[in-house]
Design a protein around this ligand. Structure first.
Ligand code: KIV
Length: 268
């Protein structure tokens, strides 16, 4: 995989599709202007304005509390910063389950008001009519299979999914259905590595893994997890690429110390 399709050009859903089998896709979450600017400048292919903002930005225990207003608000700030990467916004809990009209309207709001280039929807065969309706409206859709956090109450926790043969078969057929419905890529979250490889080989669209091993066409992580900025709960598959939380702690402590001692601000 040496040829670089992405280069310095604006990343589109067409670029993302073309990168399958040629260049691994990089994706991170971001939820605000400053962080999105840093991430975009560093050369990421895609930013996901994930509903994980419910956990890391708003302090909720589950993503089920995140609203369309929350998503639009954060997507707007990311879209203002992202010059090169593709911005994908999550469709929050129940925003696409109350009929096709409501789903297209909400996806449209994330694009028209929020400035996203695409939306992400959790679920398999059961959301395929919705994926088709949204893509038919001209809005690209990324699928999301395996551990789908909006269904945590049904799944009974955040563990590895599709561990039985039957569940693995269902996931493969869901992935094919999501592709047939028009999705341009699909996130595979917390599934066995061998299954992620099978899905990746079975699909013509890229798979983006998170806790799904090295065989996917790309990888996504929650920014706050990989930069060490959030430790309420850190999934075991997360790799820490920096210790930003520790740097912030040290900087804030120095600031407080210098105010108390009178060292800051200096007289001049
Ligand atoms: O909301 C999110 O951050 C996500 C990723 C974990 C894929 O959906």
């Amino acid at each position: 995989m040496s040829k670089q399709i992405s280069g310095g050009k604006k990343v589109t859903t067409k670029t993302v599709r073309q990168m399958k089998g040629t260049e691994k896709l990089s994706m991170l979450t971001a939820y605000d202007y400053s962080m999105a600017k840093l991430v975009d400048n560093a050369g990421i292919d895609m930013i996901l304005v994930g509903d994980s903002l419910g956990n890391v930005m708003l302090g909720y225990e589950a993503t089920t509390h995140v609203t369309m207003e929350d998503m639009i608000h954060h997507t707007k700030s990311v879209a203002r910063a992202a010059k090169r990467c593709l911005v994908v916004a999550d469709m929050p809990f129940l925003s696409c389950h109350l009929g096709k009209y409501e789903a297209v309207k909400n996806a449209g709001a994330l694009v028209a008001e929020g400035g996203a280039a695409a939306v992400k929807i959790e679920g398999g065969t059961e959301v395929c009519e919705t994926i088709k309706a949204i893509t038919d409206a001209g809005i690209p859709v990324m699928g999301h299979l395996g551990l789908t956090p909006q269904s945590v109450n049904q799944l009974g926790g955040y563990g590895v999914q599709a561990k039985t043969d039957a569940a693995a078969e269902k996931l493969i057929s869901d992935a094919k259905a999501v592709e047939a419905a028009g999705a341009f890529a699909v996130v595979l979250e917390c599934i066995p590595h061998a299954l992620a490889q099978k899905v990746t080989e079975a699909l013509g669209i890229p798979t983006i893994g998170i806790g799904a091993g090295p065989h996917c066409d790309g990888q996504v992580l929650v920014l706050h997890d990989m930069l060490g900025m959030f430790d309420d709960y850190v999934p075991s598959f997360v790799k820490r690429f920096a210790e930003v939380g520790k740097a912030i702690d040290a900087g804030v402590r120095d600031y407080i110390k210098e105010i108390k001692s009178g060292e800051f601000p200096a007289a001049k």
